[in-house]
Write a protein that binds this ligand. Structure first.
Ligand code: PLP
Length: 357
């Protein structure tokens, strides 16, 4: 069986050696030695100055909505994983969707201003598939209207834009370290913020607001990552070059062998060093997508319809129609992409697409 992705597993002895450290310390969570070491190594690897690792990639979105949303309207993208919208609604804010760019698939910055009202407090946009939003335009709009900008950068591990980590943009960014993501800790995530004051607030928020054992800095929740998760991260991190390199080989192979006469691929924004995190193909019709999906499923190959449905159509969002996002969502399929996919497997996937379209 070939799934859309497969978690990268380091040699188990290397994971066990990390876990052994937690045993030796008899220390399983509350920002122990492994978490602190992982954060230092990630800062170094990503060339960033601040990070707070968390227990998943959704809690940072919730914390962001709690701190920056203020129960207001949040301008957001309809084309993302459901967590982006769910975090907004879960924290009692209102998602206001803005349609996406048909090639980049990120929020269409030219349509943002028309959606701003007196109740708008923030913009939550996704660098979807690791493809950066138009960060300059969004920053200008946010400054003009005094809005906070939060980027859901769940797909963005290792992505740089203009030679700078994509996590450096906006008032804060979030990432997911879920098992299916590029770099992972089984479950996990992170938040990034370069403003010292907000960084502290984010930090307190992810640990119940604790300043000291008896003293609190306002309201907080439990967003802490454990030592066991950090152990996985420390065991996976040395393999990032392998992970990125092997994925690039798969992407290059798809690029040069898929017949694109009836398909479109993802357009990566200029000046981006991309991470090959997903391989979406966009069909001309949903019927063609369903046909290819069925042919692949018959061969025990399971691509995924990332991202479908368009989030404005989910019943709890009351979203207005988003023609571009709804159209793309109905026609986009992410092909298997992970370390260890073999050339014969890739050839099967590619010929199934090329011969049935
Ligand atoms: C994976 C993902 C999340 C959620 O991350 P978890 O670690 O699964 O909580 C949020 N946003 C996007 C775009 C994602 O793909």
């Amino acid at each position: 069986m070939i799934n859309v992705t497969k978690a990268f597993l380091p040699p188990i002895a290397e994971y066990q050696a990390q876990v052994q450290r937690a045993w030796n310390n008899v220390w399983l969570t509350n920002r122990g030695e492994l978490v602190l070491e992982l954060e230092e190594k990630l800062k170094n690897y990503l060339s960033i100055s601040n990070i707070i690792t968390t227990n998943n990639g959704t809690i940072p979105l919730q914390i962001a909505m709690k701190l920056f949303g203020n129960g207001g309207e949040i301008i957001t993208t309809p084309f993302s994983y459901v967590a982006t919208t769910a975090a907004i609604v879960w924290e009692n804010c209102t998602p206001v969707f803005v349609d996406i760019h048909p090639d980049y698939l990120t929020i269409d910055e030219t349509k943002i201003e028309a959606a701003i009202t007196s109740k708008t407090t923030a913009i939550l946009a996704t660098h979807v598939f690791g493809n950066p939003c138009h960060v300059e335009a969004i920053e200008a709009i946010a400054q003009k209207h005094k809005l906070k900008v939060i980027y859901d950068a769940a797909h963005c591990f290792g992505v740089t834009y203009n030679n700078q980590s994509i996590f450096d943009f906006g008032d804060m960014s979030t990432c997911s370290f879920h098992a299916t993501k590029l770099f992972h800790t089984a479950e996990g995530g992170a938040m990034f913020c370069n403003d010292e004051k907000w960084f502290k607030q984010l930090y307190y928020s992810h640990n119940f607001g604790h300043k000291t054992a008896l003293d609190f800095h306002g309201l907080g929740i439990n967003g802490k990552i454990s030592e066991l998760q950090a152990a996985m991260g420390l065991a996976v991190l040395p393999y990032m070059e392998t992970i990125l390199g092997e994925r690039k080989k798969v992407v290059d192979y798809y690029n040069s062998n898929i017949d694109f006469s009836k398909l479109k691929g993802l357009k990566i924004r200029e000046n981006t060093q991309w991470n090959n995190s997903y391989y979406p193909i966009i069909f001309e019709t949903e019927a063609e997508l369903l046909l290819i999906e069925q042919k692949l499923n018959e061969l025990q190959i399971f691509p995924r319809r990332y991202f479908c449905p368009s989030l404005n159509t989910i019943e709890y969002t009351n979203g207005k129609p988003m023609p571009v996002s709804e159209s793309i969502a109905s026609r986009i399929l992410c092909l298997p992409l992970y370390v260890g996919l073999t050339t014969p497997e890739l050839d099967t996937i590619i010929s199934t697409i090329n011969t049935n379209l």
